[in-house]
Ligand binder design. Structure first.
Ligand code: NAD
Ligand code: ZN
Length: 361
């Protein structure tokens, strides 16, 4: 399956499926100007597990260097970034070289930032290996972290292609699947009520995700994200809808300390919170109790960490990128599939927080 993504300045394919990596060779061959050398930037855990498989897909005739990043979020540091750039220089990469990123969102973000900045920008192909990466590999946002804030140094750099090979996903730990699948559910909620209904009816565990269901879910999720990004590449308007659940969710993720609550677990609680606010402030018609029972079955919790205080979460929400002045802006829903952005005052936020914490499930 191929999805074509079109932004203001570029068009690129997302190739999705079992063995999608077989398409890599052709895609690299068709790039113009001709690729002079390849820098593979891979997550070390992924590389250990899939070394031979990755190698089998890479073009043989082109000179290649491999740079391994520490697994996961540690890849997104200044130090790793500097090492990667240093390595690229030593290896003699030039302006017509290609970066291939292989790993989850963290490796993709780091490698993307390397590609965006090395000699003012070289080409990038993403080989995502997590469910979450259906979100991060598409859209062109790349970044590393600063000690004072996540994703605080970054750029927009669209890939030349995304090759999403389902075979990588078989080794993904359940916790990572759960984290990534929250974004799939988010895409359904903000854009496709029918799909959400279907998922709620058909899916009752993430432990043994059926290949076909997973592939279809990723495809739909990518199409929804792509449609939004195509209309708003630089996040001036509707792209903010993709942040549904993220304001309260990010606050939880940061409060807990990275990794303690995964991104997906955090934003799932954030989505429940936003759904509750949407019912209250936007008359959203939605059976929230049924939704909560469903996500509980999938292993998510609907509530923030019990030891967290609303005030602590509020302070973190006030730092959210969507916040202007002292009013927190939220993505709410008038209907499933129909998001709106709205400022919400602190009292309302506190009341919702209290309500969610007192509910069961
Ligand atoms: P990740 O890249 O941090 O990887 C999570 C863990 O899974 C790591 O330990 C990694 O080694 C392991 N892993 C990855 N693939 C595996 C596989 N196939 N088999 C076994 N283990 C595997 O996690 P992620 O959830 O994919 O990405 C999170 C990152 O994505 C965050 O840094 C976030 O900021 C970023 N992100 C970026 C965007 C964007 O638009 N650029 C959007 C959303 C998230
Ligand atoms: Zn997210």
């Amino acid at each position: 399956k191929t999805i074509t993504i079109q932004t203001d300045h570029s068009v690129y394919p997302v190739v999705l499926g079992e063995d999608a990596i077989e398409k890599l060779d052709d895609i690299v061959n068709q790039l113009t100007p001709v690729v002079t050398s390849i820098l593979l930037i891979a997550d070390e855990t992924v590389y250990k597990l899939h070394k031979n498989y990755i190698a089998s897909g890479l073009p043989e005739r082109i000179k290649r260097s491999t740079f391994l990043t520490p697994a996961g979020e540690k890849a997104k540091s200044f130090e790793v970034y500097q090492n990667a750039i240093g390595f690229a220089l030593e290896e003699g990469l030039d302006r017509h070289s290609l970066v291939i990123a292989c790993g989850g969102g963290a490796t993709g973000d780091l490698a993307g930032f390397v590609a965006a900045t090395f000699m003012r920008g070289i080409r990038l192909i993403q080989l995502p290996t997590t469910i979450l990466a259906h979100d991060s590999a598409v859209g062109g946002k790349v970044a590393i972290n600063h000690p004072l804030g996540k994703n605080m140094v970054g750029s927009f750099h669209q890939p030349a292609a995304v090759i999403y090979d389902m075979n990588f996903l078989h080794s993904l730990p359940i916790r990572e699947s759960r984290s990534g699948f929250a974004e799939v559910i988010k895409h359904a909620i903000i854009a496709d009520p029918k799909w959400l209904d279907e998922m709620m009816a058909d899916l009752d565990s993430l432990e043994s995700l059926d290949n076909e269901l997973l592939e279809n879910s990723l495809k739909k999720g990518i199409e929804i994200k792509a449609a939004i990004v195509e209309k708003d590449e630089k996040e001036l308007g509707i792209r903010a809808y993709l942040n549904f659940g993220h304001t309260y969710g990010h606050a939880i993720e940061t409060w807990a300390g990275y990794g303690k609550w995964s991104h997906g677990e955090s934003i799932m609680a954030g989505m429940v919170y936003s759904l509750y606010l949407s019912k209250k402030l936007k008359n959203l018609e939605f059976d929230l109790l049924r939704f909560v029972r469903w996500i509980n079955k999938l292993g998510y919790t609907a509530q923030p960490p019990a030891e967290s205080q609303f005030d602590e979460l509020l302070q973190l929400m006030l730092k959210d990128k969507k916040t202007v002045g002292k009013e927190v802006r939220f993505v709410l829903l008038e209907k499933i599939g129909k998001p709106v952005i709205q400022k919400i005052d602190t009292k309302e936020l506190a009341a919702a927080d209290k309500m969610i914490r007192s509910a069961k499930g």
